[in-house]
Design a protein around this ligand. Sequence first.
Ligand SMILES: Nc1ncnc2c1ncn2[C@@H]1O[C@H](COP(=O)(O)OP(=O)(O)O)[C@@H](O)[C@H]1O
Ligand SMILES: CC(C)(COP(=O)(O)O)[C@@H](O)C(=O)NCCC(=O)O
Length: 410
Amino acid sequence: MDHLAHVSNQPNSQPQSQISHLALDIGGSLIKLVYFCRYDDNCRDDDELRSQNESLGSESDNSRPVLGGKLHFAKFETSKINDCLEFIHSMKLHLGGFHDCTAPSSDKIFIKATGGGAYKFADLFKEKLGVSLDKEDEMECLVTGANFLLKAVHQEAFTYLDGQKEFAQIDPNDLYPYLLVNIGSGVSMIKVDGDGKFERVSGTSLGGGTFWGLGRLLTKCKNFDELLELSHQGNNRVIDMLVGDIYGGTDYAKIGLSATTIASSFGKAISDNKGLVDYKPEDISRSLLRMISNNIGQISYLNALRFGLKRIFFAGFFIRGHAYTMDTISVAVNFWSKGEAEAMFLRHEGFLGALGAFMSYEKQCLDGLTVNKIPQRFPISVSSAGNKIYCSMNGKSNDNESIECTVYRT
Ligand SMILES: Nc1ncnc2c1ncn2[C@@H]1O[C@H](COP(=O)(O)OP(=O)(O)O)[C@@H](O)[C@H]1O
Ligand SMILES: CC(C)(COP(=O)(O)O)[C@@H](O)C(=O)NCCC(=O)O
């Protein structure tokens, strides 16, 4: 039986005070959700929010009511899409879409969605939640999300080398061009020249799905985080064939290879008379992580070189804020570019596409809501018919999952 079928899809059943706009990015591995929720009126008073906003230096207008809210981020495994549908249903998030104003009598609700799953699962969303998915191009959403985060959110981008995390000062007027490398199930490399100006210049199928897929088969790990955790304790030299293994412990200095450079990932497994059971899962995980991260770092650098790009931003949930992954990618970029190019990472690494889809509501005509970027201190505004709401993100994220917003209503 369809356990969600009883859900009402009438927008009026959503309490007026609960403004929740939902956008989805349904990828090969994970479903990402971005939604905006107002605080409960009782949670914080207007004065508190106004003074908080003033302390952030925003151009607050005392004549307008100030409301607080949060931009929330959530994710689910795509293979567990029913959990995601249950979540959306229980939070009534599916009511936070828009109506097609070209068909006024229609009670159809559209939710902005991107990623391959917006096509694959469109019928399921219709059947279970009674909503239609309004599809947005995945690359376009990634770029919109990245540009928004880089311009609007304080301390979004950072470098990571030798265990040192350093936040980057991004001048919004000096952001372009850059290379965006999104490491999801597969990898897309996009040259970004401005808002809406981009070209997907390359990609590789050796991505996050490869790491997790091979890792699962080779280590019997039950989840992605367990596999990552394992890699902490591992030693890749047990499995990888190093230059020193081939050159009798010495460097191959003439071509710039040190004895410790990996000559062949997993190369030792061919010469050792060993089977899978003879290798420790943690060593396998470590070799796999280095292989995938190195390869992506190298291809990224080559593409940056191709177009003379100095900055490479790495995103996607493969990274998972994991120190060793970021370090390996940074070292690869640094090594191949001889220090000329820089790898940077994003705090909201996995939500670019979903944020881009969220922001694409601005394209809709106003029976639903629009999202506009407003300059400088008001990076985002959300408005709905007859009830305009401005949302300024202070950029302080309490964790990776939500960002506080201050909201003005006219
Ligand atoms: N909980 C998780 N479950 C599965 N994969 C995860 C998880 N957390 C991180 N990952 C990694 O992130 C990748 C998916 O990244 P994501 O940016 O969401 O791409 P996609 O859009 O293809 O789903 C996976 O292939 C895997 O490497
Ligand atoms: C097809 C995709 C854009 C889908 O995005 P994803 O779900 O992996 O985030 C991506 O997997 C990709 O770019 N793969 C690499 C294909 C290639 O260039 O060889």
